[in-house]
Design a protein around this ligand. Sequence first.
Ligand code: ATP
Ligand code: MG
Length: 464
Amino acid sequence: MIRKFLRNVFKRNTSAVNSKFQLCIIPPKEHGINRVQISPCALKVAHKLQKGGFSAFIVGGAVRDLLLGLEPKDFDVATNATPEQARSLLRRSRIIGRRFRLLHVMCGNETVEVSTFRGPIPVDSDILGIKNNTDQHGRLLRDNVFGSQEEDAARRDFTINALFYDPFSEEIHDYLDGYADIKAKTLRIIGDPILRYREDPVRMLRAVRLAAKLDLQIDSDTAKPIGDLAPLLLNVPPARLFDEMLKLLLSGYALSCVVNLRARGLHHGLLPMLDVILEQPMGERFITLVLKNTDDRVQLDKHVSPAFLFASLLWHEVLATWNIYKTTSGEKPLIALQKAIDDVLSKQQKNLAIPRRFSSTIIEIWAMQPRFESLTGRKPFRLISHPRFRAAYDFMLLRCESGEINAELGAWWKNFVVADQDKREKMVHKPTSTRKRRSRRKSSTQSKTTGLASVTLVNEKAAS
Ligand code: ATP
Ligand code: MG
């Protein structure tokens, strides 16, 4: 209804030959976006391109967010200039990307992305001597064919992401009823949903993320194929999946995204056994806590460490594997933990490649966990001066809060962290003499054990 009504109100005569869609031009007094809301860098880029004789529009997420009353994260510009033509007009710019070539323009700290209008990719035909534009599942392997503004609109993912705002005329160009969909709070994929998800399965993750973040309803035709096509995500390069998952987890709506991923069967293969973990009361409680914490931090504009987040999401997988090594292979606890960490991370790399810069921190956070149980002698002092102490400590507190380990251990460490040196010395347990230690070791192998210094994982069973 709204779509039809708005289309009639803003209809323009655009009887261009070969035009597949009708262009609606939405005037500023209707849509309400003002040029002062556009970043000075994006305005400068658009101005220089237009002065150079090209068209240039603010496009994508920024227009969508402004229409929804949100502050855009960044501004993208779309133009009919090729990357080389645009680069010749814009100082401090460089061409990036292979599968999708575009121009990055830097102004101070800000980077504006300038993309040339894209056209449809001929499916597995021979263009410029290049064959196989898609893989065997229909996934696009390259996207560098230039086209018209209308064609560019049609190759975007969702109608609400295909609006072009001209910052000088202040009009919005809408080929696909994206404006009406924004007003109706509907997320609708452009074109045939099955084909578009096959071209790029990441669009399924984007649908879940945008719907959660922007509080939109996914249109039923857009939502329907998602469950069946979920396995296509396994063909997406792991590094791209990681980027998209990170965007999702740092969207400020991670909890509702993960609930939705699960409801639509999209979680399989992203984080190993996220499905299994979520079905266990302990795992679910832990992950819910972590995601809620993350969302609160993002919404308060506080820093979130991706390493901490992935360490948390995979922790119950580590626990379960650790437990297997300890019980069935009879490994010593620390060796068993190391093996479990190796297993979990290498399995993970196949589906969703965690970059090395994060994985070393993840390993440290995990490997430090057993050290929180040693409250004797100099050990707590050595632990607190470790450069990663803060992350490992926050992680341990979450484990307490989720009920995985004894809350008293967390309380002890909270006191230790704020205590002065004198008090810390009094808090730590005194080391026993060598003889006593030996006899204690002997008895501890017979009965496993009580007391704070040996807090055991109370819920290893639940995690296994
Ligand atoms: P946000 O930046 O808030 O995550 P966004 O929509 O701006 O959302 P970007 O990844 O910055 O997301 O993409 C910019 C624009 O590029 C999108 O608005 C959309 O028009 C287009 N786009 C992004 N990813 C795809 C895709 N997988 N398929 C088709 N078009 C896409
Ligand atoms: Mg964006």
